[in-house]
Ligand binder design. Structure first.
Ligand code: SAH
Length: 450
């Protein structure tokens, strides 16, 4: 099979990453942009971990769910997988992935709720990170990296990012042209600006712009920043220069210089105000975050005599939103900056029945000295999921209700398997936090078996 270059094949379904699957004897080919039941002439572009990856050269019998992408560079850009797929079909695909992940782990089928989607699934992202570079004509561009490469696909009008972020990025590029400020070139190790990072508060309408530069000083710096902060149209409340001189994939360096305004923005969720700085985790889709958190609180059925543990609590959003239903909330978070934000957020919202702990969640719950009786656990771990030790400690403590929020159906399924001997799965509710991409967020309610 080493000499496989072209073939004609039929798409038999989508992989969990939203790629068309074409089966050939003894192997599969993953094809970006190919939809179920479509046939295509496929060119093999590379082989990795025993699998082939191909691209469509010519399409036959188009899927009825195929639509024209709103975005002009949808096929080349690595940001979205589903611009060409009807929104209803995207939601059905995501429900199917959650079902697949669970049935693979448990060897049985599960009832999974219909995926809650957005009324308007575009222009939703509040956090945008774009590398800056040059195109083949030497013109400045910003965009996203082509899938699995470091090649920037120019994208002037990304249709999933907040419109104000597009405006900010456009203006920065205009000023870079005007003041002849070069983008940083990773290969030549020359130039200045590496990334633009924008965080927009949809509810507060505050905008943070972080300009990541390779070095602190550069020609025309004063004029460049001066003209930038004078553009009141951009509603900038925070402009930060971040210096990153390391040659890694990490976007933000350690050193920040405040250029204008304050080092953080505020935003509101479900009536509470949150202080967010550049390095803290904050859900990227506020419309869906409100729906997801509301469902989590509804499923948790918290009583005013309850003590709730919010594990992996970030800047304290879930803790503070849950606090009015409970006697006491404990939020446990590992990252110091986020933990400090959560304490400030409790003060900001004048909430007194919360306690925030800066610790590894597993270490916290396994601590024998923790005598507190926890009635409800809400856990929202990162993509890799929780740990078996964490779950075993929950089982040992016999916590009656567990709400598990997950952005990865596969680590969710693995963790639920550990819970399942002692806990009943009551409801599985997926939410479309990331329209046009393959990602899906799930809330799952568990109840201790009697
Ligand atoms: N519940 C929050 C944050 C969820 S993201 C929200 O909805 O905004 C997951 C969080 O888990 C991140 O803030 C991350 O820093 C934190 N985290 C990662 N590993 C952890 C660990 N071992 N113990 C505690 N927190 C951890």
């Amino acid at each position: 099979m080493a000499d496989l270059h072209f073939l004609k094949g039929k798409c038999q379904g989508l992989s969990f990453e939203g790629r068309g699957i074409v089966k050939i004897p003894g192997n599969v080919i993953f094809v970006d942009g190919l939809l179920p039941d479509e046939e295509a002439d496929i060119e093999i572009i590379y082989k990795r971990a025993g699998n082939y990856y191909g691209r469509v050269k010519r399409l036959y019998n188009l899927s009825p769910a195929r639509i024209k992408p709103l975005c002009g560079v949808a096929t080349a850009c690595g940001g979205c997988q589903f611009q060409n797929y009807q929104y209803r079909a995207q939601l059905d695909f995501k429900r199917g992935i959650v079902q697949y992940a669970l049935s693979r782990e448990f060897n049985k089928t599960f009832v999974v709720n219909d995926v809650v989607g957005m009324d308007s699934p575009f222009f939703y992202r509040n956090k945008i990170i774009k590398p800056i570079g040059l195109d083949s004509h030497g013109h400045l561009i910003s965009g996203f990296y082509r899938n699995k490469t470091h090649e920037i696909v120019a994208n002037k009008e990304c249709v999933i990012e907040a419109k104000n972020a597009t405006k900010v990025i456009d203006f920065v590029i205009l000023l870079m042209n005007k003041y002849q400020i070069k983008p940083y070139d990773e290969k030549l190790k020359s130039g200045i600006i590496r990334y633009l990072f924008v965080r927009y508060g949809f509810n507060s309408e505050e905008t943070m712009l972080v300009i990541v530069t390779h070095k602190k000083d550069f020609k025309n710096k004063e004029k460049f920043f001066g003209e930038l902060v004078e553009n009141h149209d951009l509603k900038l409340t925070s402009v930060i220069q971040n210096i990153n001189d390391k040659d890694t994939n990490v976007v933000l360096g350690e050193k920040d210089c405040l250029i204008f305004g304050r080092k953080f923005i505020y935003d509101q969720l479900l009536g509470l105000t949150f202080k967010i700085d550049a390095k803290s985790f904050y859900q990227v889709n506020p419309v869906m975050t409100e729906k997801l958190y509301s469902k989590a609180i509804e499923l948790a059925k918290i009583k005013n005599s309850d003590t709730v543990l919010d594990a992996y609590s970030g800047i304290g959003t879930i803790s503070l939103i849950a606090s009015k239903h409970a006697k006491k909330i404990i939020g446990v978070e590992l990252v110091k900056e986020a933990h400090l934000n959560s304490i400030e957020n409790a003060e900001l919202n004048k909430i007194n029945n919360v306690q925030f702990v800066n610790m590894d969640a597993t270490e916290y719950i396994r601590n024998e000295n923790l005598k507190e009786k926890i009635n409800v656990l809400i856990m929202d771990p990162p993509r890799k999921g929780s740990t078996s030790e964490f779950i075993e400690a929950v089982i040992k403590r016999k916590i009656p209700t567990v709400i598990y929020i997950s952005c990865n159906p596969f680590s969710l399924a693995r963790d639920l398997k550990i819970f399942s001997e002692f806990y009943e799965i009551k409801e599985i509710a997926p939410f479309d936090m990331f329209p046009m991409t393959y990602h899906v967020e799930t809330v799952c309610a568990l109840s201790l078996k009697k």
